[in-house]
Design a protein around this ligand. Structure first.
Ligand SMILES: NC(=O)c1ccc[n+]([C@@H]2O[C@H](COP(=O)([O-])OP(=O)(O)OC[C@H]3O[C@@H](n4cnc5c(N)ncnc54)[C@H](OP(=O)(O)O)[C@@H]3O)[C@@H](O)[C@H]2O)c1
Length: 237
């Protein structure tokens, strides 16, 4: 299996971190996140390059990423996984234009800016862009702004798929509930229900297998987890 150059955003926690750790031994991996480089040193294997890119300022994040790739002498990318996301859990009356804007900046405008800056690297690699959406895109209680951002991401993926056809393949994957710190970060108390969520390592394995399969759009939820044990462990070609 050929070694690939793979970039993962939102790689400092949860699914992104599990994916980076999973890929790092077999591929050249570039990880991004909002944290200072000094605070992520122990998270990744030594071979992983880290570029700080805070998507709450989409334009600045894209510029920082472009500079980081040049500094690390990355000339092409085979795979990019745009995974970074945030959210606010709240009852509808507490949702404001500000919470919507924060969520859209990171999840949608930030992802769009990253996709655009990475296009030329992906094109040189004849590569594939994978966007991480959510099953919440269809609407989820207490997650209106997050759901809106993920529904927007779905539309963005379909548009890029058409626009970049023949140069860069575009795939969107929609994970279901996963046992990360995201729910707590966004202010949602789940209690025992969290125990039924898919583990980040298993979700990372499902994502890797889905990237390899290249089908889009694709849901990666509990049903696929139970019925797809056979696909876990497959690797990106
Ligand atoms: N967990 C679920 O149940 C679930 C379900 C469906 C879809 N998803 C999707 O799966 C992806 C990963 O989520 P997760 O559950 O792994 O969440 P997570 O553990 O909170 O990880 C999210 C990652 O995004 C980063 N991030 C947050 N704000 C950022 C910003 N402004 N700029 C750059 N990076 C930022 C986080 O950084 P920090 O480490 O600094 O927080 C972290 O590395 C997301 O796209 C999420 O929407 C998750």
């Amino acid at each position: 299996m050929a070694r690939r150059t793979i970039l993962v955003t939102g790689a400092t926690d949860g699914i992104g971190l599990a994916l980076v750790r999973r890929l790092a031994g077999r591929h050249d991996v570039i990880a991004t996140g909002r944290r200072e480089p000094g605070k992520v040193r122990d998270l990744f294997p030594e071979s992983v390059h880290y570029v700080r890119a805070d998507q709450s300022d989409p334009k600045a994040a894209a510029q920082a990423l472009g500079r980081g790739l040049l500094e690390h002498n990355v000339t092409k990318l085979d795979h990019v996984v745009l995974n970074a996301a945030t959210g606010h859990a709240s009852v509808p009356q507490d949702e404001t234009p500000d919470t919507l804007r924060d969520t859209l900046d990171v999840n949608l405008a930030g992802t769009l800016a990253m996709a655009h800056i990475l296009y030329s690297w992906l094109r040189r690699g004849n590569g594939q862009l994978t966007l991480i959406g959510s099953t919440a895109r269809k609407g989820a209680p207490q997650f209106a702004c997050y759901a809106a951002s993920k529904a927007g991401l779905h539309g963005l993926a379909r548009a890029l798929e058409e626009e970049w056809r023949g140069t860069v393949r575009v795939v969107i994957l929609h994970p279901g509930p996963t046992m990360t710190g995201m729910q707590e970060k966004v202010g949602l108390k789940l209690g025992w229900a969290h125990k039924w969520f898919i583990r980040p390592d298993d979700m990372a394995a499902m994502i890797e297998a889905a990237i390899r399969a290249g089908k889009t759009p694709r849901t990666l939820s509990f049903v696929q987890y139970l019925s797809g044990a056979a696909v876990l462990g497959r690797t990106i070609r």
